[in-house]
Design a binder for this molecule. Structure first.
Ligand SMILES: Nc1nc2c(ncn2[C@@H]2O[C@H](COP(=O)(O)OP(=O)(O)OP(=O)(O)O)[C@@H](O)[C@H]2O)c(=O)[nH]1
Ligand SMILES: [Mg+2]
Length: 455
């Protein structure tokens, strides 16, 4: 339990008809009462009932505002502490002044996310629900709001708890067979296999859902890559819809990456124009190329551009083999000129990746390209409501999946149970961290620093 009382303006910054200030902590009511004078004396102060009164300002030696004060006694509150909400007119000056009165009476200004942090610390929310609250506040699409709202009810936590339950069951099965090696060992091994496989499958689906989650939140990042002068910036401009990037006939025009958001069929994409690979020794260009490669490495997908009006070069081959495991679309550009390479020529090196022929300059086939972008990068699987929205969750799920997959492999190759138990047991800390049951300072900071509004 934390023992100080925090205060913050809960409504968004700016002028408004209404403004709300919230206090949470053991002294929430006495602090509020130091400047709030009810019109009718209240003894005891009623719970969960708005009481009308005036705000007294000691410096002005008078009242500065009329307000409603509602007192929510713990533990049935958002933070599980005593909470007070004061609603008054939404003047930023007035609201800030009331916060100041609270601070001089002993409250501390709340940090962003601190009310939710307390709800979490006091066991009112688990970490996944706390993340969902922050997501709901920041929602960038209705779809995301619906997912966050669902997760706020604890649905994701339930699912993760069921994974843990399964893992614990597997451990006890394995331990039983260690203790009683002669009995029914066959049954145990097939039961364990089945349970492991089922959990791995469920986790895999969730990990895959992150790509969809990302399209509802920040958008998928697609890097346009290819050697110098193939028309990357021209394509970037056509997708973005205006002349954002500089285009010239000279190789090495783009020196630093550029990023713009675009919408294709209601999905957000962040398109990144990069510097083309060239043999330049110019330090600025070299640095540009290095940065561009970095961006491409971290992108969710690649738009790999080739110049169809020229024979393939060694650099083109380099790009065709770059970041092999990333989803990518191959774009044959400049088909308005006489064409030297066709889709057939690169079929082998494309290794199943789709090839689209366009003219970025003449905006030929751009609609088809956008369609293909949507098809290639947006997952079409139906994940229902359980879509994960956070990289933190994805990374931990990957760790758990790795551990369970290793355990399954050991089981398949008939290793002794001790090794398998060890592998399975090692996934527990990650699952506990996923559920926020390991309270690492670093994790908390990462989660609660993500948002900068005084909620
Ligand atoms: N004919 C034709 N020319 C194109 C097309 N796309 C780009 N170009 C031309 O190709 C040249 C290079 O285009 P950019 O878009 O700057 O190429 P880039 O890949 O960004 O080049 P760097 O930034 O140097 O890596 C320019 O002269 C463009 O006008 C196209 O579809 N058809
Ligand atoms: Mg360029």
């Amino acid at each position: 339990m934390v023992d100080d009382t925090i205060i913050a303006i809960s409504t968004p910054p700016g002028f408004g008809g209404l403004g709300v200030i919230r206090l949470s902590g053991p002294k929430a009511l006495p602090i509020a009462q130091s400047f709030f004078h009810p019109f009718r004396p209240q003894n005891p102060f009623p719970a969960r009932q708005p009481v009308l009164g005036k705000i007294y300002h000691p410096k002005e030696q008078g009242f500065i505002e009329e307000a409603f004060l509602t007192y929510f006694p713990r533990p049935k509150t958002y933070t599980r502490e005593d909470v007070v909400e004061i609603s008054c007119h939404g003047s930023p000056l007035l609201l800030e002044e009331i916060v100041r009165l609270g601070i001089s009476a002993g409250a501390r200004l709340a940090r962003p996310g601190e009310f939710t942090l307390r709800a979490y610390l006091n066991g009112r929310l688990d970490i996944l629900q706390a993340e969902a609250v922050l997501d709901l506040i920041k929602a960038t699409s209705l779809k995301q709001a619906a997912i966050s709202f669902q997760q706020l009810s604890g649905s994701l936590s339930q699912l993760f708890k069921s994974f843990r339950q399964k893992i614990i069951e597997v451990l006890s099965l394995l331990e039983t067979s260690i203790e009683f090696p002669e009995e029914e060992i066959k049954i145990t091994s097939s039961q364990v296999k089945e349970a492991l496989q089922e959990t791995i499958n469920q986790i895999t689906t969730l990990i895959q859902s992150y790509a969809l989650g990302k399209t509802y939140t920040e958008g998928l990042r697609l890097a346009i890559v290819g050697r110098a002068n193939v028309g990357k910036s021209t394509l970037f401009n056509s997708l973005v819809g205006h002349e954002r990037a500089i285009v010239t006939h000279l190789p090495g025009t783009t020196r630093d990456y550029l990023e713009e958001k675009i919408l294709i069929k209601n999905s957000v994409f962040r398109i990144v124009d990069t510097a083309g690979l060239s043999q330049s020794t110019h330090p600025v260009e070299k640095e540009g190329i290095r940065r561009s490669q970095e961006r491409a490495r971290h992108a969710d997908g690649l738009l790999l551009v080739l110049d169809a009006s020229q024979p393939l070069t060694p650099e083109d081959h380099h790009f065709l083999h770059l970041f092999n495991q990333k989803p990518a679309l191959i774009i044959l550009n400049k088909i308005d000129l006489s064409v030297k390479i066709s889709a057939q020529d690169i079929q082998g090196e494309a290794r199943g990746r789709e090839i689209v022929a366009i003219s970025a300059l003449q905006a030929k086939n751009l609609a088809a390209l956008k369609e293909k972008i949507h098809q290639t990068f947006i997952p079409h699987q139906d994940f229902g409501q359980e879509v994960i929205l956070h990289q933190r969750q994805k990374v931990l799920l990957e760790q758990i999946k790795d551990g369970l997959t290793k355990a399954l492999a050991l089981l398949d190759s008939h290793h002794s149970e001790e090794f398998i138990v060890e592998e399975v047991r090692q996934t527990l800390p990650a699952i506990n961290e996923l559920l926020g049951e390991v309270r690492s300072e670093e994790v908390l900071q990462n989660i609660f620093n993500q948002f900068c509004i005084g909620k």
